[in-house]
Write a protein that binds this ligand. Structure first.
Ligand code: PLP
Length: 410
């Protein structure tokens, strides 16, 4: 029996990923603890949100184990997200224009199913989370990803002059991640307006991933792209994984902003595709629907507490990085990450993946290499701000020691 040809071009794990897995397994067998700073998961770094745990226990106690369709909780969650978007981001998305799915990753997949034909092009403003392996479904839909870059010299802002040259008649949209994973950039209104104007001129839509929208530092606010789009359709993505610290619950959502009804057919399709649920792959379990409703109607205090800690950890990391020869970093304004550049990478190693393999082998510390986030990420690595300062200190000290040693032997 032949499998579906749709999966024919699905990439195998890269040589880099395979090698990483092998080294990690070897370290585990040898009882060596690796400082693994790769996963943007607040839970594994000890950030907690007790009221939400209580809500989940309550769901179980209430016996909410029936099929979701038998309950009002899917609709209640959409209403809760609508009120959350109003309260915290001053957005007016009616519940009918909010579609929920299993995480932003699942929502992104729903969008791809709804939007893309083979040969279609999507522009991704990089560096961006969407270019890393597991989140890129483009190959599956045989769509082409076209990247447009940001400028590290300008706080990792998108290079607006570059964007129009990337648009062809096959372009369906521009994907932005703001606040950004991995750079920590928060795009200001001028930049966002620039992107909106380009989308308007070329009649394409914007997909704006704002999952980190409320995780910002130093009083910076991150504006929703939709707010600036008077005629351009914007599809905004949000979720429970970061600000509510519940990535394992797999709750994400799509908000449709379409002031001039330019994408009403697409909106209908997205709703129908997400409604293919039944008991299928876009479903969210009933107890989670219940507890997530409590999250979105409740307070974000715990998330803001986490953001405060991240700001302190960022300040520590920036100071420590300054002390390390050959490493520089643009100060992040939001999200869970910083994106330092290591001058030596291009001199000593073939690429940042080889650098990371050697760092892991010799110092048992692991970061995500920057090139996975797009061409501008080459020579960088993603530093998580989630771990406690002593862990960041240990990781950066190992990096410093490693670079010193390599510099001498090179
Ligand atoms: C920009 C961005 N969007 C989405 C996600 C994943 O969200 P979810 O857990 O809801 O699938 C991440 C996770 O790191 C992310 O960085």
């Amino acid at each position: 029996m032949r499998p579906s040809s749709r999966w024919k071009d699905m990439p195998e794990p890269s040589h880099f990923q395979q090698e990483l897995r092998a080294i990690m397994a070897e370290k585990r067998r040898a009882g060596i603890r690796v400082l693994d700073l790769t996963e943007g998961d607040p839970v594994i770094f000890g950030h907690t949100n007790q009221p939400l745990s209580d809500a989940l226990i309550e769901a179980a106690r209430e016996g909410l184990h029936m099929y979701p369709e038998q309950t009002p909780w899917r609709e209640e969650l959409r209403k809760a997200i609508s009120s959350f978007e109003k309260r915290y981001r001053n957005m007016d998305y009616v519940p009918e224009n909010i579609i929920i799915g299993p995480g932003v990753a699942g929502c992104f997949q729903i969008l791809h199913y709804s939007l893309l034909e083979p040969g279609d092009e999507m522009i991704v403003v990089e560096p961006a989370h969407y270019l890393t392996g597991p989140t890129s479904y483009w190959y599956y839909f045989k769509a082409k990803v076209v990247t447009s870059s940001c400028s590290e010299d300008k706080d990792w802002d998108p290079i607006l002059e570059e964007l129009p040259s990337k648009i062809t008649e096959k372009t369906k949209g521009i994907v932005i991640v703001n606040p950004n994973n991995p750079t920590g950039a928060v795009y200001n209104e001028k930049i966002l307006k620039g992107i909106v104007d380009i989308a308007s001129e070329y009649n394409i839509l914007i997909i704006s991933d704002e999952i980190y929208g409320l995780i910002t530092f130093d009083g910076v606010t991150s504006e929703p792209t939709s707010k600036l789009a008077k005629d351009v359709p914007v599809i905004t993505l949000g979720g429970i994984s970061k600000i509510f610290m519940r990535p394992g619950w797999r709750v994400g959502y799509i908000c449709i902003h379409d002031p001039e009804n330019k994408i009403s057919e697409l909106s209908r399709t997205i709703k129908r595709v997400s409604g293919l649920y039944g008991h299928g792959m876009t479903t969210i379990p009933t107890p989670i629907l219940y507890a997530a409703t409590k999250a979105f109607t409740g307070s974000i205090e715990a998330g803001l507490e986490m953001a405060k800690k991240l700001q302190n950890r960022r300040d520590y990391a920036m100071k420590r990085i300054e002390e390390i020869e050959g490493v520089t970093c643009v100060k992040p304004k939001g999200s869970l990450y910083a994106f330092p550049k290591v001058e030596e990478i291009s001199k000593i190693w073939k690429n940042d993946e080889e650098f990371m393999i050697e760092l892991l082998k010799e110092e048992s510390v692991l970061f995500n290499p920057g090139s996975g986030y797009g061409p501008s990420g080459c020579g960088h690595f993603r530093l998580l701000l989630l771990p406690e300062i002593n862990i960041l200190e240990e990781a950066l000290t190992r990096l410093e020691r490693f670079l010193k040693r390599k510099r001498i032997s090179w």
